[in-house]
Design a protein around this ligand. Structure first.
Ligand code: TYD
Length: 205
């Protein structure tokens, strides 16, 4: 049986990560790997309900409440989807994970980073991703890609999204072993070449 892997994908809204994850899933499956796709917020089942609240609820949501909802979804994703699949030797590709909370709630909303790291640790039970790919893109391009129909998070404003971007770059700087940055402004094919390079290196380890 192959060794299981937990790989997460991060970046601004509209950075192209969802397209890249789909391409990667096909590529890995063609190479014979067993792949599981998941996302946060919105892991299959209960997570989908939490996602609905997080993205569409139009009443007041406190910053701390928002964080706990993301964390609740994360705990469910780790326990019900990620850990069982990795134990079975599968490769889990996860669209957003711990670094989204650091970038969005920490850098974006300004919540204490140390606290967020502790909460992330509780939510994941200490399980860290084996690899994280961050798609970096400037805020103007990402907002153009998102278009006019913005959800609650995407409507948070340019300044907020600039802080989120800075947050991701800091995360990568502080943990270069785990976190690899790819320029998300390149064409889909060019980005995918980079992604394959990174993944293949991890698979060869
Ligand atoms: P989603 O539609 O999944 O965005 P994308 O397709 O760009 O991944 O929406 C998720 C939104 O939630 C996105 O704006 C980022 C935000 N988010 C947080 O603020 N904190 C978190 O911990 C997570 C997982 C996501």
């Amino acid at each position: 049986m192959q060794r299981g892997l937990f790989i997460t994908f991060e970046g601004a809204d509209g950075c192209g990560k969802t397209t890249q994850i789909k391409l990667l899933k096909e590529y890995l499956e063609k190479s014979g790997y067993d792949v599981v796709l998941t996302r946060e917020p919105g892991a299959k089942g209960l997570g989908e309900k939490i996602r609905e609240i997080l993205l569409n609820y139009d009443g007041i949501v406190s910053d701390r409440c928002e964080s706990f909802l993301f964390l609740a979804d994360r705990a469910q994703n780790i326990d019900i989807i990620v850990n069982p699949a990795v134990r079975e030797g599968k490769i889990v590709l996860c669209d957003r994970h711990i670094d989204s909370t650091v970038a969005y709630q920490g850098y974006g909303r300004g919540l204490d980073l140390e606290r967020i790291n502790k909460l992330n640790q509780l939510a994941t039970d200490g399980r860290m991703p084996d690899l994280t790919v961050v798609f970096d893109i400037d805020v103007e391009t990402s907002m153009k890609r998102v278009g006019k129909e913005k959800d609650r998070m995407e409507s948070a404003g340019i300044e907020f999204h600039n802080r989120v971007r800075k947050g991701y770059l800091e995360i990568a700087k502080n943990d270069p072993e785990r976190v690899k940055v790819v320029d998300g402004a390149m064409s889909v094919d060019e980005v995918f070449e980079k992604v394959k390079e990174i993944i293949n290196k991890t698979l060869q380890k």
